[in-house]
Design a protein around this ligand. Structure first.
Ligand SMILES: [Zn+2]
Ligand SMILES: [Zn+2]
Ligand SMILES: [Zn+2]
Length: 816
């Protein structure tokens, strides 16, 4: 035997609760190495000894063959004196004060567990809470660290002898899988009817009270009820869903009425890719997103022949689709009535609405008694279970950059890139690696689609989706979320970052907390934060300024106006406004945002164009409202100024009568995008106006005289001419998108000429518009720019907090 040598390994990252120690154990045994492995609060430590050849192989395979859920951030190995161990063992975990480590997000059910779920011989046959070290709940059940069963919501379930054997055997797939359970010892499901539904049914059911149904009976009846058009609450992984048959227009309509949700699309769940292909255009890359272990909702172009009710997503040509991600979800599609044909390959091709279990914009409901209180007006029955949810987690939403309504089947898979629109279940709290040394800091994010962000070391913990901070419940969820993350990742903020908008609840929280904790707080301009967020996601270094194009709906500007069509020269610490969409009045502020008709007329008024009596917004508003609007504009009362790109979309959507009133955010812009005729190549014109000069179409101007204004007067006169000429709305919408993409190209060229910067960063909610994104990136690519977009972090306000920490950190570093 060759000479005995030894090695010691220190590994950090997501390496606990993911089957890492069993993997190390079996690898060491296979290579006949002796020594030990242990968890510490910082990661995993290993000591091995044996032949140097085996140790070499061990080092390589440790990194190359790590379990699927493991993410290794740091891998250090040093030679070590052999200690003459006689075997390889898993030794007791060690607590290191102040050390911390990332926590795995919840993971969709793995193939092995699915096999067991549909195997009549398995003891977990049809058991809805089957999981193992490679799958199942994580973040949503963790109450505290270290990640051990007593600190999870599984603590109330004692392991039965058979589960205990699996849990303690290092070679078992369930070794130290904290949520491990079986029908004997684990959580269970039941179906109960809502009190109001009871009243209706009692008249027809002689037995009076409807019975509580358990286990199989609960699933059989749930499936039946859904197919009959009944609306149910279904408790899942990170909260309740509200479900109904998506192919039943009456059921969907009833759900809309009850949920007070007029048009905002509902996501649907389908059992498998074959079913998805029947209803949507699906390329290979998109299919991979759907079956990924994160199992997000993916927005897909809908096939015209799909039997899914139009009411799912009114005025849209896309549908948000997800596949089942827990065993419980799979069982909703199981063939219950004929046991002989129950297999994974034979699921029923049903389509269910699966929308967040909440009343309008409140946080998603997670608790059983809370569900019965708050969801009763919405549902007729509840499929409940008794595994508590500690942290609520909404479904994540993705859109494919390379696909979209106009691409149909995406053949060229290389160009397909996922952009997260909502980063939550399956992704959070996986930290993002940041290109700077993080100081302990908290950024409180924005008002809508709020997420917060905490940093330390090389990590940014961008939170799960908190929601729109417009009610007390969401604020509470935000505050609870912050303290939970601070405890789990051992972060005591030494500074705070917040949005400049004085009325955001997140801003008020930051200012109050800065005062209480006696720490500095940094106000960060909204659009600078968007650009910094995209820079950070792309790992850009601190010293490198970029051209930032921040297009979105609303953000507080440094001059008090509402910005949103911004061209910035920015690095992490500083930012200069090179150009912006010209200001237009927003009569009535928020009232205008809800009524695009008002915005269209305000933009025409600003451009000095007539309100002709036959244009859509004039026809839509009453005479009284028109008079009031005119006087408001003339007197400039309660009329903030805005350079928002979102409002420009609203104005165009109203003029071509796509939408005069909205009932969810960005509705007019989304419907305008859906209309685009992909074959139209013409583009509307904009005019550029130097602060001290004459309007010009000549570009590039040399701008050293303050921001260039991008005037929309020519755009609106051309639209009105087209309307008179009877040009189709699909063409008008396309010409608008094309024109805006050309503006971005023009201004970026001017910015490159005056700064020599060639990198363009696109951020802000408007970049969720795939038509605009694809057009713009194509033009910029052709002009030789390097274009950076979002992928892992939402371009909308859900990614803002990451930019806030980036900017505040670099301001602090520059001051030092
Ligand atoms: Zn599994
Ligand atoms: Zn058990
Ligand atoms: Zn924004």
């Amino acid at each position: 035997m060759s000479k005995l040598t030894g090695a010691r390994y220190h590994i950090t990252g997501i390496v606990q609760g993911v089957g890492f120690r069993p993997f190390v154990y079996s690898l060491a045994s296979q290579l006949e190495l002796h020594g030990w492995v242990k968890n510490t609060s910082a990661g995993v430590e290993i000591e091995v000894e044996g032949s140097s050849k085996s140790i070499q192989e061990f080092t390589t395979r440790l990194q190359g063959e790590a379990p699927p859920l493991a993410i290794i951030d740091d891998f250090r190995v040093e030679t070590h004196q052999p200690n003459d161990y006689t075997q390889f063992t898993i030794v007791k975990s060690e607590a290191i004060p102040q050390a911390f480590q990332p926590i795995s997000p919840d993971v969709s059910v793995c193939d092995d567990c699915l096999q067991e779920l549909f195997d009549p011989a398995d003891r977990r046959y049809l058991y809805p809470f089957t999981n193992c070290t490679n799958c199942g709940p994580r973040f949503t059940i963790i109450k505290d660290i270290p990640y051990d069963r007593p600190f999870t919501t599984m603590s109330e379930f004692d392991l039965c002898p058979e589960c205990l054997v699996e849990y303690t055997d290092p070679l078992d797939r369930r070794f130290h899988a904290q949520p491990v359970a079986c029908p004997e010892c684990g959580p269970h499901v039941w179906l109960e009817f809502s009190p109001s539904y009871q009243n209706v049914k009692e008249q027809t059911i002689s037995a009076g009270k409807l019975p509580l149904l358990k286990g199989t009976d609960a699933f059989v009846t749930t499936q039946q009820l859904l197919q009959e058009g009944i609306i149910l609450a279904i408790k899942g992984l990170g909260g309740f869903h509200i479900a109904c048959d998506a192919t039943n227009p009456a059921a969907v309509e009833r759900l809309r009425e009850r949920k007070l949700r007029v048009d905002k699309p509902f996501a649907v769940m389908m059992p498998n890719l074959d079913t998805v292909r029947k209803h949507c255009y699906l390329g290979e890359a998109e299919a991979e997103v759907l079956i990924s272990r994160e199992r997000p909702i993916l927005i897909l172009p809908r096939r015209p022949e799909s039997s899914i009710a139009e009411e799912i997503a009114p005025n849209q040509n896309t549908i948000g689709v997800m596949l089942p991600y827990t065993p419980l979800h799979y069982l909703l599609f199981n063939v219950w009535n004929s046991p002989g044909t129950r297999t994974l390959d034979n699921l029923l091709p049903l389509v269910f609405v699966m929308t967040s279990g909440n009343m309008s914009e409140e946080p998603i409901v997670t608790d059983n008694s809370e569900a019965i209180q708050r969801l009763d007006p919405l549902v007729d029955a509840y499929l409940m279970h008794n595994r508590p949810i500690h942290v609520r987690s909404d479904d994540s939403v993705t859109r494919n950059y390379g696909s979209g309504p106009n691409r149909k089947e995406s053949k060229d898979n290389h160009s397909v890139k996922v952009t997260l629109i909502r980063r939550s279940r399956g992704y959070a709290p996986t930290p993002l690696n940041i290109p700077w040394d993080g100081i302990p800091m908290l950024a409180t994010g924005a008002e809508l689609k709020n997420t917060f962000c905490l940093t330390r070391d090389k990590y940014a913990f961008l939170s799960h989706h908190i929601g729109d901070m417009e009610n007390y419940e969401t604020l509470l969820s935000f505050e609870e979320g912050i303290s939970h993350y601070e405890r789990l990742f051992k972060i005591i903020p030494e500074a705070l970052a917040y949005d400049l908008h004085p009325n955001y609840l997140a801003t008020r929280y930051a200012l109050k907390r800065a005062d209480q904790d006696g720490i500095p707080a940094y106000g960060i301009q909204h659009h600078h934060a968007h650009i910094a967020s995209c820079m950070a996601e792309n790992g850009l270094p601190a010293s490198q300024p970029v051209i930032g194009v921040s297009f979105d709906g609303t953000g507080y500007g440094e001059d008090g106006a509402i910005w949103g069509g911004e061209f910035l020269i920015a690095d992490y610490a500083t930012c200069t406004r090179f150009a912006h969409l010209a200001y237009a009045p927003l009569p009535g502020g928020d009232i205008a945002i809800r009524k695009p008709a008002r915005i269209a007329l305000a933009y025409l008024w600003e451009a000095g164009l007539d309100w002709e009596t036959d244009i859509a917004p004039v026809l839509f508003l009453s005479n009284q409202e028109l008079l009031a609007l005119k006087s408001q504009l003339e007197k400039n009362v309660n009329t903030p100024k805005t350079s928002s790109t979102g409002r420009l979309f609203d104005a165009v959507a109203s003029l071509i009568d796509v939408r005069q009133e909205i009932n969810y955010e960005a509705q007019a812009a989304i419907e305008l995008e859906a209309l685009v005729d992909p074959n139209e190549e013409k583009a509307y014109t904009f005019e550029y106006n130097l602060s001290n000069g004459e309007p010009t179409n000549e570009f590039p101007p040399q701008s050293n005289v303050g921001p260039v204004k991008i005037e929309h007067k020519p755009l609106f006169s051309e639209i009105i001419t087209d309307l008179h000429d009877g040009v189709e709305t699909g063409k008008i919408s396309a010409r608008f998108h094309n024109g805006l993409a050309l503006v971005v190209k023009d201004i970026c060229i001017a910015m490159r000429n005056s700064s020599s910067i060639n990198q363009v960063v696109l951020s802000g909610g408007v970049w969720q518009n795939l038509v605009l994104l694809q057009q713009t990136t194509k033009l910029l690519d052709e002009t030789g720019f390097e274009v950076l977009c979002h992928a892992a972090v939402p371009p909308n306000d859900g990614g803002l907090a990451l930019g806030q920490v980036a900017i505040a950190t670099h301001r602090i570093k520059n001051d030092q």
